[in-house]
Design a protein around this ligand. Structure first.
Ligand SMILES: *[C@@H]1O[C@H](CO)[C@@H](O)[C@H](O)[C@H]1NC(C)=O
Ligand SMILES: *[C@@H]1O[C@H](CO)[C@@H](O)[C@H](O)[C@H]1NC(C)=O
Ligand SMILES: *[C@@H]1O[C@H](CO)[C@@H](O)[C@H](O)[C@H]1NC(C)=O
Ligand SMILES: *[C@@H]1O[C@H](CO)[C@@H](O)[C@H](O)[C@H]1NC(C)=O
Ligand SMILES: *[C@@H]1O[C@H](CO)[C@@H](O)[C@H](O)[C@H]1NC(C)=O
Ligand SMILES: *[C@@H]1O[C@H](CO)[C@@H](O)[C@H](O)[C@H]1NC(C)=O
Ligand SMILES: *[C@@H]1O[C@H](CO)[C@@H](O)[C@H](O)[C@H]1NC(C)=O
Ligand SMILES: *[C@@H]1O[C@H](CO)[C@@H](O)[C@H](O)[C@H]1NC(C)=O
Ligand SMILES: *[C@@H]1O[C@H](CO)[C@@H](O)[C@H](O)[C@H]1NC(C)=O
Length: 436
């Protein structure tokens, strides 16, 4: 079997039933304790409502057609206050400067290559991670890092200039973004000279490193690369953003424009990330945070929508969560034994068949704001298998091959099929790409 990637045969995308809705919510107009509500939802639907993002929350609010103040959702406090990666990766490597204390500094920054606890509401620079990246944009005066887990970098195209108005335009005056005919034909060689043949490389995107082809225009680098002789899931990049934001704002920015706030999985990762921080003495958010909340259906979602001052665990027993319909759906922690109405969710999937190349599939996921995240949940694998059974006959399934950080690998009729699983976006979708 030749290792030629990117020519692809079959992509099957499974999307949720309605456009833009990840889960179908059902409001139940009966008051129950949290545990009884959970039992009810598990019997009749999938589980008590999981809310992955603000779109989910808006969908959930629409289903509550009763003037209730508090409504149960599926978030509960299991009792263990643990450090977690925003991306849902297991926490196996830690690099604290000093052992974390149990105070309320529940987020983590990297400073001088070591990790420090910091109050999540303090403002710091941050580092986003692009899983399976091929094409991406870095705004002027920002630093990026390309990396291949296996194989070496081959830059395919690059332009330092401006060809779109919207890209990298936030907060910029009109005269800096109106020229959309700005190209620099030496961009590719500049990036290729630095990066081709390397396993990782980082660059600052500015007028010194490239040249200024259009004075007065705020530019960006539009770059695309691949990892030569490596599986298609091996390229990734890190992008540092030097605006100061809270941890939550950084998380939501990274999820919208890239994959997520970065995880740091081992010493090698730590060094790579440390190297792209311009001033090592500054504090830069990474994706590590701590809380003791879990979703009833075990989804790894790190989305939280607490009201100010919440969760306050008032009498030490507020281990369950309601959404406050009188205040934009903001969340409160509440004792689990109180009686409220509640929202269940139901996972519904349909099969959409499309033929896309790997690159197209990744782009498809991106355009639909779906992140590529790890899937350890056996339940999701079962669900995928179930839906794929509708498309392929049983003998096709020769066995589950491998579970990896950006997807699941299957053997299907002797072909390797990689499955990109997106969970956090507008849609829930599964894309399989066969790589011959
Ligand atoms: C929900 O239940 C309350 C009390 O039983 C009732 O007054 C109300 O009409 C119900 N609302 C809906 C939408 O069924
Ligand atoms: C709530 O969780 C705490 C641990 O955080 C546990 O000690 C306590 O027993 C729980 N309370 C109830 C009412 O379940
Ligand atoms: C950095 O993040 C801020 C939001 O916190 C955003 O407005 C800005 O565009 C980002 N910059 C880059 C270069 O992505
Ligand atoms: C570090 O983790 C990355 C994935 O995040 C992996 O590709 C690499 O092989 C690991 N390196 C070591 C030395 O374990
Ligand atoms: C980036 O480059 C690709 C191809 O070179 C082009 O299709 C795309 O529109 C560019 N994107 C932006 C935002 O300039
Ligand atoms: C880039 O453009 C300049 C003029 O704008 C031209 O002289 C030069 O030959 C071009 N270089 C390449 C590599 O195309
Ligand atoms: C561009 O980045 C390089 C490397 O960090 C730095 O030395 C140089 O001063 C920067 N140039 C501008 C114009 O910011
Ligand atoms: C996808 O492409 C393959 C080979 O090019 C073809 O046999 C198959 O029918 C196509 N499937 C769909 C759904 O278009
Ligand atoms: C990509 O897939 C290969 C082949 O199954 C696997 O060995 C590797 O760990 C995966 N890489 C990542 C970053 O998940």
């Amino acid at each position: 079997m030749a290792q030629t990637l990117y020519f692809s045969l079959l992509v099957i995308a499974l999307c949720s039933l309605s456009e833009g809705i990840q889960r179908r919510y059902h409001y139940i107009n009966m008051t129950k304790t949290w545990t009884e509500a959970q039992r009810y939802c598990r019997e009749k639907y999938t589980d008590l409502a999981t809310v992955n993002n603000i779109n989910d929350l808006n969908e959930l609010k629409k289903t509550v057609n009763n003037n209730q103040e508090f409504v149960w959702i599926g978030l509960k406090r299991p009792g263990i206050n643990e450090w977690k990666w925003s991306l849902g990766d297991p926490v196996t490597y830690l690099n604290w400067e000093t052992e974390p204390s149990t105070d309320t500094n529940n987020c983590a920054v990297m400073r001088n290559g070591k990790w420090h606890q910091q109050d999540c509401n303090v403002r710091s620079q941050f580092i986003c991670f692009n899983g399976v990246s091929k094409d991406f944009i870095i705004c002027q005066s920002h630093t990026f890092l390309l990396s291949c887990d296996q194989g070496t970098i081959k830059v395919l195209s690059a332009n330092y200039g401006r060809t779109h108005r919207q890209t990298c335009s936030t907060g910029r005056p009109d005269d800096q973004i109106s020229n959309v005919q700005c190209s620099l034909n030496t961009s590719l060689s500049a990036v290729a000279t630095r990066c081709d043949g390397e396993t990782s490389c980082s660059m600052v995107v500015n007028n010194t490193v490239f040249t200024d082809s259009c004075d007065g225009t705020y530019k960006y680098l539009n770059v695309s690369y691949e990892c030569v002789e490596a599986p298609p899931n091996s390229s990734k990049s890190y992008i540092i953003n030097t605006s100061s934001t809270t941890w939550r704002e950084a998380q939501s920015f990274c999820r919208q424009y890239h994959t997520d706030l970065t995880s740091v999985k081992n010493q090698t990762d730590n060094q790579l990330i440390h190297n792209i921080i311009n001033d090592p003495h500054t504090s830069v958010w990474i994706g590590l945070f701590r809380d003791s909340w879990e979703w009833s259906d075990n989804t790894d979602s790190a989305f939280r929508y607490w009201d100010s001052g919440q969760p306050d665990n008032l009498d030490g027993s507020q281990n369950c969560t309601v959404t406050n319909m009188n205040n934009e759906g903001k969340w409160h922690d509440i004792s689990c034994s109180v009686f409220y109405t509640f929202v269940c969710h139901e996972d519904e999937l349909i099969l959409i068949q499309k033929n896309l190349s790997w690159t197209e599939a990744v782009r498809y996921c991106r355009e639909n704001h779906v992140d590529l995240v790890s899937v350890d949940s056996q339940k999701i694998q079962l669900m995928v298998t179930e839906v794929l059974h509708q498309a392929w006959t049983a003998e096709v399934w020769l066995g589950l091959r491998h579970s990896c950080s950006v997807g699941i690998w299957f053997w299907v009729n002797g072909e390797i099929v990689c499955m990109i699983i997106g969970l956090r976006g507008m849609k829930q979708q599964w894309t399989t790409v066969s790589v011959m």
